[in-house]
Design a protein around this ligand. Structure first.
Ligand code: AMP
Length: 705
């Protein structure tokens, strides 16, 4: 099995990690961050932006920049509350009652999972760059309290991103894996996970590498965003009272308010009061209007007591279902950025009388756990075993609209359960099976995961036919349902579709589209690379010609100099033509290779000229000269010329040689912009520009001057 990465797909930020040498490592993004903002956007030129780049345009381009998408994953329009819908971009309900995100820049609307797929794609691409090999599979974490539809849609997002989703793993379970994978202890642990948009709590027993999830509970519509919104409302209400204007109706103002609110919230985790300054937030009759205020921690806490209350029930329920009392818990592991809020930590202390464990990084622990799970799947990590549970009860609708539970919540998975049902009317030829998930007794109060029909039941009095309905939950927590008529043996089986998302056909079309786009993107990138390489080589050839003229005079190596000049002109002409869009890139590539060859000839000629001029000692000096170019940056070059800092003499300053390859001719790596061959802006005199005489008689003839 190839490399599998672990992905924490968060509401606010996402993280990717991998197991290296048996230890999980977080992989930095291409932009250098250890977390990637879960934001997707399109620039005005329709370019897809993901992560930090998308986050940067949140305020300036709010209608085309999409954050908090996880809140919409696997949810139908009817399930969304007011809070979820107050985003600066447009979401709408399509004819099938599904959520669609509207993007004016591309004039398209997207299923939330399509956009989420772009985040996954970026994460695996960054991981592939780090690992030096493409990544094709991942363990993706989801809130433990995600229902089947939300899990299915997360898996679909993985498929749309072109990766195999080897396992859907519950976030608190992942955190527990990270917490306990290298400890050989017996502990009862409560994982309290409050992220940007979801809340989970799980109770586990960890014993010598066996992770037994005992119970899990949570709220998939509660997270740090709700705390932000309280501050937004506080600011907007005060502004409305003063100026009669509702800032929440202006997308840009709303985005600025949201960012300022989140910043203030985070600062209040460390200080007692924080200033909030939003100049030019609106324009009134008398000119620009500003917000200048201060928010105290006490006041902030006073804005959200009900949010804190919503944390209580899931913790109590998880404890009750696990069979442990609060006093039985040995450790509380805090996960998710929102657990940094002092009011949240206080609340946790009142529920479990323990100082929460501080040994895990709440932002990274879930991805690390996912990487550990990936290690278990590949066999890299042995002696670890994970037994998870299903978070919500599963059943079907029976007569009178009552839900009959087949698999109660917190049943260990994988699991298979079945039961017998019958018809409610005489000669009924078909039954409809409506699959439900939730804890309420009436079917209509629970989440409908989908329905299917078993037909062809032979005529019989009411209650006589026997239909066996089986529920299978796999290790991902994904459900498969089948119904069999025991008389005829006729069977109908379905994998439950999210009900609120893309159909299999939609997914197939989108995957094909993405593959086609990927080929197109690759081709575009290769064209750009070719063009850039040609330009870099042109600059180098120009320099080399100048250097050759200095060293051997304009006619000293005439044949080779002429060859470079001619080849150079060809490439320059083709680049100019190419800019007008009228050139075949293959032709450019051919000209580039001819120029490379000509340069190689010139370099060889210069080398042999010098060898003829110099004794054997000079040859050694030349080699050292080229070493010097390899090892030192611009600043170091100056020092090299000063005898006191000669790096070869004793007492010189210490340095770490960069990865080093032997002195080499200019092609082909020479023009790829290695440290010593970097391009400088025209007209800027580099400190490495040598005085005319120095150079050839003591340095590497091919090093850039
Ligand atoms: P996560 O989903 O774990 O990345 O958590 C993101 C949430 O944590 C966002 O709502 C952040 O605003 C919140 N967060 C991060 N740092 C802090 C902090 N120091 N204080 C309060 N909330 C924070």
């Amino acid at each position: 099995m190839g490399r599998i990465v672990g992905i924490d797909l968060g509401t606010t930020n996402s993280v990717v990690a991998v197991l290296e040498g048996g230890r999980p490592q977080v992989i930095a993004s291409a932009e250098g961050g250890r977390t990637t903002p879960s934001v997707v956007g399109f620039s005005r030129e329709q370019e897809l932006l993901v992560g930090q780049l998308a986050r940067r345009q949140l305020v300036l381009n709010p209608r085309n920049t999409f954050a908090n998408l996880k809140r919409f994953v696997g949810r139908s329009w009817d399930e969304l509350d007011e809070g979820s819908l107050s985003v600066p971009y447009t979401v709408r309900c399509n004819d099938a009652g599904n959520v669609r995100v509207v993007c004016p820049a591309t004039e398209r609307e997207y299923a939330p999972e399509e956009l989420v797929a772009s985040i996954l794609r970026k994460l695996v691409d960054d991981a592939g760059t780090y690992l030096g090999e493409p990544v094709e599979a991942a363990v993706i974490t989801v809130p433990a309290y995600f229902n089947d539809a939300q899990r299915q849609v997360t898996r679909d997002a993985g498929r749309l991103a072109g990766i195999r989703v080897e396992r859907i793993l519950n976030e608190p379970t992942a955190a527990a894996l990270a917490y306990g994978f290298d400890r050989s202890v017996v502990k009862r642990v409560l994982v309290f996970d409050l992220g940007g948009g979801t809340f989970d709590v799980s109770v586990l027993r960890i014993a010598n590498g066996v992770f037994d999830v005992k119970a899990t509970s949570g709220d998939t519509q509660l997270g740090g965003n709700d705390w932000d919104r309280r501050i937004v409302d506080w600011l907007a209400d005060a502004f409305q009272a003063d100026h009669g204007m509702d800032l929440r109706r202006d997308r840009q103002a709303l985005q600025r308010l949201t960012e300022a609110a989140e910043k203030a919230k985070q600062e209040l985790s460390g200080v007692q009061s924080t200033p909030i300054s939003l100049p030019f937030i609106a324009t009134g009759g008398d000119g620009p209007l500003h917000i200048e205020t201060t928010l105290e921690r006490r006041r902030f806490e006073g804005l959200c007591p009900d949010l804190l209350d919503r944390l209580l029930r899931p913790v109590q329920r998880a404890l009750r279902d696990s069979g442990f009392a609060a006093e039985d818990i040995d450790d509380v592991v805090l996960v998710g950025g929102s657990t940094r809020m002092p009011m949240v930590q206080e609340m946790v202390r009142t529920l479990v009388p323990l100082e929460p464990c501080q040994s895990v990084n709440p932002d990274e622990v879930v991805a690390i756990g996912a990487a550990v799970q990936a290690g278990i799947l590949t066999g890299e990590l042995r002696d670890l075993m994970l037994n998870d549970v299903t978070p919500l009860s599963l059943g079907l609708e029976t007569i009178g609209g009552v839900m009959k539970v087949l698999i109660p919540r917190n049943t260990p998975i994988p699991v298979r359960k079945s039961d017998l049902f019958s018809t409610s009317e005489a000669n009924q030829s078909s039954v409809e099976v409506q699959v439900l998930q939730g804890e309420r007794s009436m079917a209509s109060d629970n989440k409908s995961l989908g329905r299917f029909r078993l037909s062809g039941i032979p005529p019989a009095p009411r209650g006589v036919p026997q239909v066996q309905v089986s529920f299978d939950i796999d290790a991902n927590g994904l459900l498969q349902v089948s119904a069999t008529d025991r008389t005829t043996g006729r069977q109908q089986s379905v994998t439950i579709q999210g009900g609120s998302n893309l159909s299999e056909e939609d997914i197939a079309v989108l995957i094909a589209e993405a593959e086609q786009k990927a080929t197109e993107d690759r081709r575009k990138r290769a064209d750009i690379d070719r063009r850039n390489r040609a330009q870099t080589l042109v600059a180098q050839a120009e320099r080399r010609l100048r250097d050759a003229a200095l060293e051997v005079g304009p006619y000293g190596a005439e044949r080779q100099q002429r060859a470079v000049e001619l080849a150079l002109r060809d490439v320059q002409d083709l680049i100019a033509e190419e800019a007008r869009g009228s050139v075949d890139l293959a032709e450019l590539e051919l000209a580039v290779s001819q120029l490379q060859e000509a340069l190689y000839g010139l370099n060889r000629r210069l080398l042999s000229e010098r060898k003829a001029d110099q004794g054997p000692l000079q040859g050694l000096k030349n080699t050292l000269g080229s070493l010097k170019d390899e090892l030192f940056s611009d600043d170091e070059w100056d020092d090299w010329d000063r005898p006191s800092s000669d790096p070869w003499s004793t007492g010189s300053r210490r340095y770490t040689p960069p990865p080093y390859s032997a002195p080499r001719p200019l092609e082909p790596s020479g023009y790829q912009g290695s440290g010593s061959d970097r391009e400088r802006p025209r007209g800027v005199v580099s400190r490495r520009e040598p005085p005319p005489r120095r150079g050839w008689d003591e340095g590497d003839p091919w090093a850039e001057r």
